[in-house]
Design a binder for this molecule. Structure first.
Ligand SMILES: [Zn+2]
Length: 418
């Protein structure tokens, strides 16, 4: 009989594996340096992250329009003064900025925004990318690439070289929720579509998807959907999913990723910071998986209320891979609760986290903070099976962490539903 290792030994294995295993970050909004203005990094971007805009404008009682009229530098100064100097930066988004500065070796206690700026001015984007990926121990950054966004579209049309550490994802929200307006856009781009959503229009949408997947070498197709999304129904979204997206995804064996639960612009004055959350319909997502068994689906939902039923759905459908604690879920208390629940319901067969970073530097804090929680939960779960007499091996710890951080996602990409 194998000798059971000591608790302290198992905990050390878990810490080592969690720290040393490189991450495949399966959903971000990051870009490589040659994508020019789309690559966001540095202190002024970090401080003006939309999470912090929302937090600032609750306290700094200036008119919204006055905020938006400021330069980014002025906005950063207002946010810094409001959230970091005049009040304690204890929210998760504020804490994240501090973690980034600390891990970069800066004097956090100085609270000196200009001193931080000097550091960032001394970096080049290429060197800084290497530094940040190393500090975060992330090996692959999966992007979100939107052919309906004009700056990004122009870049892709010029056949950019793509740093192999970055992978592209074709993001197609307007094809589902943008009718009838999206018809004009597609027509402008050379696709003969009309609002009748007839057979020819569907053929042209499939051509659009194929062209862009080829151009980007997209590894999956993605969309964000409102809480009101239902499947199937008689909306354009169902028709485009059934007749264009799913056939192309099957043909190429690519997952279709749905991120469900954003209530867009509940406060339009806050612009990008103005989105909220509501409970989505997990039954619709189950029907999507059940009615399309030859398709693969990646899924995450934004409301806490959906997390339990989504984990249960995940037990029922192996053609879905549940991932991440998204946006308003990405807070320690919720990551802890959700990760525990998923481990208890799904064992090792899910992806605990993604960063959703918009600003490169954020992968440092998002992964630091999540790694610490995932390690703690793993320690408790391994301790529980040790108490039941199971002899834990270092190999089993390492395999578990590798699956969570990269393997589950990479195998899902390769797998053909049967
Ligand atoms: Zn996102």
């Amino acid at each position: 009989m194998a000798e059971a290792p000591a608790v302290s030994q198992v905990n050390q294995w878990i810490d080592d594996a969690v720290q040393s295993t490189p991450i495949v970050d399966l959903h971000t909004h990051l870009y490589p340096p040659n994508f020019g203005p789309l690559m966001l990094w540095g202190i002024d971007e970090l401080v003006t992250y939309h999470y912090l805009i929302a937090e600032t404008l609750r306290i700094a009682t200036i008119p919204y329009e006055q905020y938006w009229a400021m330069t980014q530098k002025q906005q950063a100064e207002l946010i810094w003064k409001t959230l970091f100097v005049e009040h304690a930066p204890i929210s998760e988004a504020c804490r994240g900025v501090l973690t980034v500065l600390q891990r970069l070796g800066l004097d956090v206690a100085s609270a000196n925004l200009n001193q931080f700026r000097d550091f960032f001015h001394s970096q080049t984007s290429e060197q800084y990318l290497d530094k940040v990926m190393k500090l975060a121990n992330v090996r692959t950054l999966v992007m979100t690439n939107d052919p309906f966004e004009s700056v990004e579209r122009e870049i892709w049309l010029n056949n950019p070289r793509v740093d192999p550490r970055f992978k592209a994802v074709l993001r197609i929200d307007p094809l589902l929720v943008g009718w009838p307006r999206v018809a004009d856009v597609l027509t402008d781009h050379g696709y003969k579509v009309s609002t009748d959503l007839g057979a020819n229009t569907m053929k042209e949408i499939r051509r659009f998807l194929s062209d862009w997947l080829d151009r980007m070498k997209g590894i999956y197709i993605a969309c964000s959907l409102p809480p009101s999304w239902r499947y199937p129904d008689d909306s354009p979204a169902t028709k485009v999913i059934n007749e264009a997206i799913l056939p192309i995804a099957r043909e190429r064996n690519l997952p279709f990723a749905t991120m469900i639960g954003v209530n867009k612009l509940v406060n339009p004055s806050l612009r990008l910071a103005g989105d909220s959350v509501a409970k989505a319909d997990a039954r619709s997502f189950e029907r999507l998986c059940a009615q399309n068994p030859k398709n693969k689906f990646l899924v995450t939902m934004l409301s806490r209320e959906n997390q339990h039923e989504l984990a249960v759905a995940s037990r029922k459908f192996r053609n879905m891979l549940l991932f991440g604690c998204w946006w308003f879920m990405n807070n320690p208390i919720l990551i802890n609760e959700i990760t525990r629940m998923r481990m208890e319901l799904l064992g090792t067969s899910f992806v605990p986290q993604h960063s959703d970073a918009r600003i490169l530097d954020q992968i440092i804090y998002k992964w630091d903070h999540s790694r610490a929680i995932i390690a703690q939960v793993l320690k408790d779960k391994f301790q529980d099976i040790a108490s039941a007499g199971w002899a834990i091996t270092r190999q089993q710890v390492q395999t578990t962490v590798s699956d969570y951080f990269a393997g589950n996602f990479e195998r899902f990409l390769q797998w053909t539903p049967n």
